[in-house]
Design a binder for this molecule. Sequence first.
Ligand code: ATP
Ligand code: MG
Length: 211
Amino acid sequence: MTDNNVTNENTNNDEIRQQRHKQRQQKLQQQVQQGIAKATAEKGLLLVITGNGKGKSTSGFGTVARAVGHGLTAAVVQFIKGSWECGERNLLEQHQVEFAVMATGFTWDTQDKAADIAAAEKVWARAEQMLADPAIDLVLLDELTYMVSYHYIELERIVRALQNRPPAQHVVITGRACHRTLIDMADTVSEVQVVKHAFDNGIKAQRGIDW
Ligand code: ATP
Ligand code: MG
């Protein structure tokens, strides 16, 4: 085979590859367009971000920032208040996002179950008001899943409040090991998986990244 033939063959292969790529992209574009044309329904969504990987609360707060950026009204309920301050709260309160925060830490800090339950009840009462308020477009229920697994708030009460909320209101629930019932109710569920985490290599939580 001469050099010229080799060059011609390579050019042909390139063209075939480009042609195939173009066909694949066109098919994909068609599928996406068909999908968009079919997706016409509009409603308040229930989103669940669960799993053991890092990124659940950041995703919830990212959604709040996205909504507020569009002029929507958002509120945040934090079911586990750590001893650290919260960067998102510092920012979002400046944008009229109300924060309702559990007044205590959590059992492994306080060892006081009765106080934890009372704090959970109190913050849940505010959450119920938010979930009944059509003026709030988005409610983030950060770390709600633990209230269910620790039996601090009855699952039925949560289900009722979610079902009876204003039809256009969006809700994001975050936390590990989300109860099956909430997963079944949700419109969108994502499970964040751990591939690795800096903490496992002895790196402490970093301001602006971890809180
Ligand atoms: P983030 O708030 O960073 O999005 P998260 O909401 O997914 O994290 P949580 O279980 O709420 O995760 O954990 C809160 C804190 O623990 C955060 O500081 C987070 O960085 C850290 N963390 C999350 N996942 C892991 C993990 N797999 N190993 C160690 N630390 C983690
Ligand atoms: Mg979290």
